[in-house]
Design a binder for this molecule. Structure first.
Ligand code: N2P
Length: 370
């Protein structure tokens, strides 16, 4: 029996006659009491695609008698650009990666979270309550976390014994095992090159960035395509790509269809990231935004979310209900030795322009005529 339904207290039935809404005057669920009059009809969410179980959306809609409208993006840069171009007033909740929270906060595009409306914040594990990009969850609450690495099809490799846990499979032509894709994402792909060269993916050093650019330019003619994570996932599933630079969960989700797929965290290190829920300045419905954030932070809901996305949960209260196979998968939950070799992306401040220039030069020549 679901505890949440037992704790639903419907204080008053909705006014009958003329009222079209079935919303109760007040309800208490997921640890928070709210008056039906305190929030509107629609939640506008801006997030990565394939990142939210439709059943959770339906449950949230039913519980609060609202409609959820979702817009999707493929990279933090696309999301930031949209919010900077006046998109803040369009969304109640935006999901942003660690360094992107920093960028949005510095651009003054976020509202502080009302902690009194978020009792489930306590469920976040300590490392996500004190994350360096937003200590104390002043502006953000973690949604999911994961790593970036290489999805591999050993079954299709030229020689499966040459499949290794190294970025060399994409950066060193002699170590290639088949066609490969790179993420169409500046921080991820420049970051991977920096890591392979032994540098930090947050480097602000001109010489290191120039070295990374040379490596990427040299690699370019061998890249099957620079693609968003969803396309990379599909190319790995179809076998067009034998190696795909991608995020952990989007690689693991291919296993349902193609059990041979593996996610490799390269031995040189890689990027660990978190995605976080935040409320943009100008959000049409801040109260509803916080109801949604609190809902996602519920222990049961968080477990269902991870079981759907195949990403790691930041929610300690979710652990007992997470699929044990997922929980014991070291490519989903890296051990401390692996985590020690991984770095979170940070806002690189002034060096943002240098990353942009490298990316523009790289991508300008990426496709014939492009
Ligand atoms: C979308 C997951 C993208 C997460 N399926 C990247 N931070």
């Amino acid at each position: 029996m679901r505890r949440i339904w037992l704790t639903v207290i419907v204080a008053l039935a909705a006014a009958c006659g003329g009222g079209e809404s079935e919303r109760p005057a007040s309800l208490e669920v997921f640890g928070i009491r709210v008056a039906g009059a305190d929030y509107g009809q629609e939640l506008h969410l801006f997030t990565w695609s394939d990142y939210l179980d439709p059943e959770l959306v339906a449950e949230f809609e039913r519980t609060y008698d609202v409609t959820v409208r979702i817009d999707y993006y493929d990279t933090n840069e696309a999301m930031i650009a949209k919010l900077q171009a006046g998109g803040t007033g369009q969304y109640d909740v935006v999901v942003a990666s660690d360094y992107a929270v920093e960028v949005l906060r510095k651009a003054d595009l976020l509202l502080p979270l009302t902690h009194a409306n978020l009792p489930n914040l306590k469920n976040l594990s300590q490392r996500f309550r004190e994350a360096p990009f937003d200590p104390g969850n002043v502006y953000s609450a973690t949604y999911q976390w994961g790593t970036s690495g290489l999805g591999v099809r050993p079954d299709l490799a030229d020689d499966s014994t040459r499949v290794i846990d190294s970025w060399a499979m994409v950066f060193d032509s002699a170590s290639a095992v088949g066609p490969f894709t790179m993420l169409d994402d500046p921080r991820e792909t420049i970051g991977a090159a920096l890591i392979y060269l032994g540098h930090s993916p947050n480097s602000q050093d001109d010489a290191e960035l120039a070295e990374a650019e040379r490596l990427l330019m040299e690699q370019r003619s061998r890249v099957l395509t620079y693609s968003p994570f969803a396309t990379s996932r599909d190319l790995l599933a179809s076998g067009d790509a034998v190696v795909a630079h991608n995020y952990s969960g989007d690689v693991l989700s291919v296993q349902e269809e193609v059990p041979q797929v593996r996610f490799v965290i390269p031995r040189e290190g890689s990027i660990v990231w978190s995605d976080n829920m935040a409320v943009p300045k100008g959000a049409p419905d801040r109260r509803l935004a916080e109801l949604f954030i609190n809902y996602i932070l519920d222990g049961q809901v968080g477990a269902r979310l991870s079981n759907f996305t195949r990403y790691a949960s930041p929610n300690e209260a979710s652990v007992p209900a997470i699929d044990p196979e997922l929980l014991s998968d070291r490519s989903v939950y890296p051990d401390s030795a692996m985590l020690a070799k991984m770095e979170f992306l940070r806002d690189v401040g002034e060096a943002r322009a240098a990353y942009d220039r490298i990316w523009t030069r790289l991508r300008a020549g990426a496709t014939p005529g492009g």
